[in-house]
Ligand binder design. Structure first.
Ligand code: SAH
Length: 196
């Protein structure tokens, strides 16, 4: 499977939910990402009390890490199971709230109030619902977006960014003829054209 054939490949929402159900979540890491540690200063840029967005968040432990530093974290994820596991694994009490603007969606919010996780598709969000962010941690997100949706994803992300926000993006450089994932190959040239 080269980059050519990857372009038309699609991972459906149902397939993602199924991955969570059967525990096929090799992408989840128990340890905080070393690149977030390394580039934390770039993300924060000396600022405190930021709003940080985690697109396609899964149960990323970095959400807890940034919240503990005093930032407020917003994530979005289609799998409710993932979000519940996040709160359970960190022993964080939370409550469930409806999201009137999005049918079928709900928000799981830590009782302490600084972690709000939307259970819906990212494409249902807009800045009028979630506001704008000072920072974005995109790990396993752009690379998990179906290639046909990349432009839409990036355009949306740009509308969710405050003027002086920082966007940390993790991608993986590999020979897409030899490796199938994770789950899609996004060459650097495409990142440049997508984000401009
Ligand atoms: N960023 C996380 C998870 C990466 S895997 C981490 O670093 O561990 C990608 C995640 O995106 C999966 O949990 C999947 O369920 C979720 N997902 C896929 N499509 C989505 C969409 N359209 N909207 C929201 N979440 C989505």
């Amino acid at each position: 499977t080269g980059t050519g054939s990857q372009k038309d490949r699609v991972v459906t929402e149902e397939e993602w939910l199924r991955k969570w159900e059967v525990g096929n979540i090799g992408f989840h890491k128990e340890e905080g990402h070393p690149l977030l540690r390394k580039y934390l200063d770039v993300l924060l840029n000396g600022r405190s009390g930021l709003r940080i967005f985690f697109p396609l968040c899964g149960k990323a432990v970095e959400m807890k890490w940034l919240a503990d530093m005093g930032h407020s974290v917003v994530g979005v994820e289609v799998s409710e199971q993932a979000l519940k596991e996040f709160f359970a694994e960190h022993s964080l009490p939370y409550c469930e709230e409806p999201v009137p603007e999005i049918s079928g969606a709900k928000k799981l919010r830590s009782t302490s109030g600084n972690i709000s996780l939307y259970c819906c598709s990212i494409y249902d969000l807009s800045s009028s619902i979630v506001g704008k962010f000072d920072g974005v941690w995109d790990r396993g997100a752009l690379v998990a977006v179906n290639p046909c949706d990349r432009q839409r994803y990036v355009s949306l992300m740009i509308t969710l960014m405050e003027k002086n926000s920082s966007y940390l993006l993790v991608t993986v450089s590999y020979d897409s003829n030899k490796h199938k994932g994770p789950p899609f190959y996004v060459p650097e040239s495409e990142i440049k054209s997508l984000f401009g």
